[in-house]
Design a protein around this ligand. Structure first.
Ligand code: FMN
Length: 378
């Protein structure tokens, strides 16, 4: 199956290593960055959600109206709007983008960050709310007769939408998290399950947990798997490693000066970040090119493990994840615009070519002798 690439739809040029040069919503940069992804072989970009950040749905509408091919992954927290309202927002955005929307539902991994926008549920309660919310959104997208709803978190009567998504039966739903509650909820309802990049063995373990949850929920097809990294590439291995050490020094310096801090406190509450910190505590280098000091320096703040090396090395490392069953590779650098262009030019074509070659070889082998390859094609 062809591999897909997800980049970042940041609204300014700031990162863990770099102060932003303009406001938090820098309209020109937002569009330049999205167009750089569209022009350099990326499939989709993520509009992330933070309590104080520019509203990502509106930014996504702006980008959708000014691009033609790039797909949109919109992060959405169920606590910030009523599900009928959100379903209409998503349907309208799918119309604006001519069917390019996927919604990434965020349950929220940090109590303090959730409370900033009025959400005082516990994490387990938030997961039950996310499931109910997604169920409502899907009904609003697909039902043309008015319906009532009475659940644990939402109650309404006689609702029917007058706007529907272009994508039928509905846009894909993406889901992230690394706790048992996350696997159970996402395994049951997600089309795409998003993980942060970990060593191959730990990623395989998480993929198995998602598949087990999907099968426990009675699904015959598990969600597609997405894994996220921070590639640090250069023309030679030596230059790439120099860049990696410079990157982690800049993260540490900015963090120490208070210019940058992880969301909502020092110790991560979410399982995904705890896993990243623990993995970094056990070692700096794993497998072909995974490097954990960038995760350690940020306290495991989201997508933070690096892949370091030449484009060939990083492409080979990504192919190892493809072989594990990863369908979508999410990547962003530290110089968001420059790195999106470099990765698109130098890494994406290598990975796509090799995936196509492997898929063709598997298909040819399966055609010659179907029995041993039954079920092995992805
Ligand atoms: C690829 C990916 C992207 C995410 N994007 C966001 C985001 O933009 N905003 C946010 O608050 N949480 C984001 N999250 C966090 C998760 O959606 C989720 O709230 C958290 O990981 C749950 O914690 P758990 O791992 O303990 O279950 C993201 C997670 C993943 C895997």
């Amino acid at each position: 199956m062809p591999v897909e690439f997800l980049g970042i739809a940041a609204t300014n040029d700031g990162s863990e290593t770099t102060p932003r040069s303009a406001g938090s919503f820098d309209k020109d940069y937002t569009l330049r960055l999205a167009r750089a992804h569209e022009d350099h072989g990326w499939d989709r970009v993520l509009f992330a959600y933070g309590s104080g950040s520019p509203e990502p749905g509106t930014a996504a509408a702006y980008i959708a109206a000014n691009t033609s091919r790039l797909q949109i992954l919109l992060a959405h927290r169920p606590n910030v709007s009523y599900p009928t309202f959100a379903a209409k927002e998503f349907a309208t955005l799918d119309q604006i983008s001519d069917g390019r929307l996927t919604v990434h539902f965020i349950t929220g991994g940090n109590d303090h960050e959730q409370q900033r926008e009025g959400d005082f549920l516990t994490k387990d309660e938030r997961y039950t709310r996310t499931r109910e919310y997604i169920e409502i959104v899907r009904r609003v997208w697909t039902e043309h007769e008015a319906f009532d709803h009475q659940g644990d978190h939402f109650r309404f009567a006689d609702f029917v939408a007058d706007v529907f998504p272009v994508q039928q039966p509905s846009p894909d739903i993406s889901f992230g998290g690394s706790s048992p509650a996350a696997y159970a909820a996402g395994g049951a309802v997600a089309d795409i399950y998003a993980l942060w990049g970990e060593p191959l063995a730990q990623t395989a373990q998480q993929i198995e947990a998602v598949k087990a949850a999907a099968s426990a929920a009675g699904r015959s097809r598990p969600p597609r798997i997405q894994v996220a990294f921070r590639p640090i590439i250069a023309a030679t291995e030596e230059l790439a490693w120099e860049k990696a050490y410079r990157t982690v020094a800049a993260i540490k310096e900015r963090r120490a000066s208070g210019a940058w801090s992880r969301r909502g406190g020092q110790e991560p509450e979410n399982a995904g970040s705890q896993r990243l910190v623990a993995i970094a505590g056990r070692g700096e280098r794993y497998d072909r090119a995974l490097w954990t000091p960038t995760a350690a320096a940020t306290g495991g703040a989201g997508n933070s493990n690096a892949l370091v090396g030449t484009p060939e090395t990083v492409a080979a490392a990504l192919l190892d994840y493809y072989d594990l069953g990863v369908d979508i590779i999410s990547a962003r650098g530290y110089d968001l615009l420059g790195d999106a262009i470099d990765f698109g030019r130098h890494v994406i074509p290598l990975v796509r070519e090799e995936v196509a070659r492997r898929d063709a070889a598997k298909a040819a082998a399966a055609a010659a002798d179907p029995a041993p390859f039954e079920g092995a094609l992805r």
